[in-house]
Design a protein around this ligand. Structure first.
Ligand code: URP
Ligand code: ZN
Ligand code: ZN
Ligand code: ZN
Length: 475
């Protein structure tokens, strides 16, 4: 046989093109694209199917250490299993630094959590929560050099947030070392002030989480993040953008020629603040930050995906069980909203939701779907072209997509270890039929066929999109 695997006659989609051809795989990599390729030891007929580069989920939280008594429901095994069943072949979760502790310790701890457990390939973003001198000047550059070329910083959450001066210092290192900075943009003091006022009125139910974090709080921080990045002259990516006010700031910055990238997530397309307003404690299931907004903001986010404001569509999978003393109910059902662990699950539903409601409803075309879910995140985080496209020499991370499948989202049919999905009951069209990770079939017709420990750690290159503007003047 000429190939280990041949995928025949599928409609291959990249971020720029759609064409029918065969794909030949040797040793886990794409070795040939062409018509009537020679025989494969294994063959897949992909007639009437889309053949996509495997999804790259560049924002998800797996087995991330939380405060005392709180525990994520997905570790690297269940999280990457669920990802694979949803058509994702690369994840980039977060190695979070604890204040007062080293960044290296966070990365080493996170490797121990992933080793022997991941079913698909993975890289790490770091979370920089302590920007003291030695960490910024020595540890961070060394880690960037070692393949951890992106990190997230927070403008909110007491145990993570940096002040403006610390953000400037951190961005300066990112600029010098060529790393990509992701920013969680919400104004911490505004949230604390609103939270106190709400609690004083006994407004503590889950729905008040959204009132404590209104759009203005996100808009202000987004503007400030952009200004700090402009001052330093380094690109930044604003994560989990929830709606129109933040989008306006980003569009303004992009219009000025600044390298400001943006990410949004399924919860801002499919949920609203009303989903937090349920009898009893149910609303906790949809508590995430920033919170889901309303229909007009959902439309704005769709428009941002269509018009190119957003480069990246990630899950922000943050898995906490609902009916669990270590999950959403960690502080009890009558505790204030501020003690509910933030985040919702969605690593497996990310691609099907965007395909069904985005591509099939004509809001985005299939090449943009691939760009948003795979190619752009691979580029922006230094994994391209190994990941994020179908090209000769790229890893054979491939999804055979059945555009006709009609199915209903049920948590019982998902493969994470969370006890709910916020999308329960939604009827979707299209889903991954087969997921291939470096040439190995890991999901096929409803069966998970992967194995813990097969996923490899990926060292990221310094991303091209992270280069400052100044460097390119005169080109
Ligand atoms: O609510 C969210 N999004 N939780 C996950 C952590 C984060 O800030 O992304
Ligand atoms: Zn536990
Ligand atoms: Zn965040
Ligand atoms: Zn997140």
């Amino acid at each position: 046989d000429s190939f280990d695997l041949v995928i025949r006659n599928g409609t291959v989609v990249t971020a720029s093109d759609t064409f029918v051809c065969d794909i030949g795989v040797i040793d886990g990599r794409i070795a040939a694209l062409g018509e009537k390729l020679g025989a494969g030891r294994e063959e897949i007929d992909a007639t009437d199917r889309f053949v996509l580069p495997g999804g790259v989920d560049a924002h998800c939280h797996l087995d991330q250490p939380m405060g005392p008594g709180i525990c994520m429901a997905d570790d690297f095994e269940s999280g990457t299993r669920s990802a694979a069943c949803g058509g994702t072949t690369t994840v980039i979760p977060f190695a979070a630094q604890e204040k007062g502790s080293s960044l290296k310790a966070a990365v080493e701890d996170y490797h121990r959590r992933a080793d022997g457990k991941a079913c698909i390939d993975y890289a790490f973003h770091m979370i920089v929560s302590d920007a003291s001198g030695d960490i910024l000047q020595h540890e961070l550059p060394q880690l960037i050099d070692a393949g951890y070329t992106s990190f997230k910083i927070y403008m909110t959450y007491d145990d993570l947030k940096l002040d403006d001066r610390q953000i400037l210092e951190t961005l300066t290192v990112a600029r010098r070392e060529g790393a990509m900075t992701m920013i969680h943009a919400e104004n911490s003091d505004c949230i604390a002030w609103l939270t106190e006022a709400l609690e004083a009125m006994n407004h503590t139910a889950p729905l008040y989480h959204a009132e404590a974090r209104p759009s203005i709080v996100e808009r202000e921080a987004t503007h400030r993040a952009i200004s700090l990045a402009e001052l330093v002259d380094t690109p930044v990516l604003i994560v989990h953008v929830s709606g129109n006010e933040a989008i306006e700031q980003i569009r303004w910055a992009q219009g000025r020629g600044l390298r400001v990238y943006a990410e949004t997530c399924p919860q801002y397309l499919f949920l609203t603040a009303e989903d937090l307003d349920k009898d009893g404690f149910e609303g906790a299931k949809c508590v995430c930050s920033p919170p889901p907004r309303d229909k007009a903001n959902q439309e704005g986010v769709w428009n941002g995906l269509e018009s190119g404001v957003f480069q990246v569509f990630s899950s922000d999978h943050a898995p906490f069980c609902y009916d669990d003393k270590e999950g959403k109910k960690a502080a009890g059902e009558s505790a204030s909203f501020q003690y509910i662990p933030n985040g919702i699950p969605g690593i497996e539903t990310r691609l099907p939701l965007l395909y069904s409601e985005g591509v099939l409803r004509g809001r985005i075309d299939i090449t943009r779907f691939v760009a948003l879910t795979s190619t752009n995140p691979a580029r922006i985080y230094g994994l391209y072209p190994r990941k994020g496209t179908i090209a000769i020499g790229s890893d054979a991370d491939i999804v055979i997509w059945n555009p006709m499948a009609e199915w209903t989202v049920r948590n019982t049919g998902l493969h994470h270890d969370v006890d709910y999905t916020p999308y329960e009951g939604m009827v979707l069209h299209g889903r991954p039929q087969t997921t291939i990770s470096r040439g190995k079939i890991v999901w096929d017709n409803g069966q998970f066929l992967g194995a813990a420990g097969r996923g490899m750690f990926l060292r990221c290159e310094r991303p091209q999109p992270a280069r400052p503007r100044g460097e390119n003047r005169g080109f």
